[in-house]
Design a protein around this ligand. Sequence first.
Ligand code: FMN
Length: 174
Amino acid sequence: MIDIFSRRRSSRKFQNRPVSVEDTESLVEAALYAASSRGIRPWELVVVSDNELIGALSKVKKHGSSFLKNAPLAMVVLGIPEESDVWIEDTSILSTHLLIEAEYLGLGACWIQIRNRFDAEGTPSEQVVRTILEIPDSRSVESIIAIGYKDGESEPYTSEDLHTEKVFFQKYTR
Ligand SMILES: Cc1cc2nc3c(=O)[nH]c(=O)nc-3n(C[C@H](O)[C@H](O)[C@H](O)COP(=O)(O)O)c2cc1C
């Protein structure tokens, strides 16, 4: 199990082929198994494979989203703040499930931060995503997870990459 965590690296380059229906279904299933406070599940997911929509989504941030234009699949993670005050935690867990399931399936993935980010004109990225995908204002957009078959591999992490100095036992002892 630890292997999957060490092998998971952000992928920003993808092969030019669609993610299979089976893999897409597995990703959605993995996302929906995410833990949430009080089991409220204050989230929704928009699965986008349409090239034009993905192209538009790749421009929703000034920095750090342009690589999305070459991804065959974008999973847009929505939070429902009126349902839970910890929707950010809950949507983060769901986003993480997508990253780990992608690695498990041999796909590459990368988190694109949307909440608190802006496009090149200074418009909130959340608002731009809402307009492109016709999402109601009651939904927040936490992240877009870009997914595809990897074009090239990043080195897996090893135990030497671990910041073990950040871990304390019993009491904080820095
Ligand atoms: C909350 C969060 C937001 C991120 N936002 C972006 C982003 O907007 N664009 C991007 O290219 N990568 C983004 N990343 C990926 C990080 O840059 C990446 O995880 C980090 O550099 C460590 O590399 P690794 O994923 O290969 O371990 C984000 C990751 C997290 C967890």
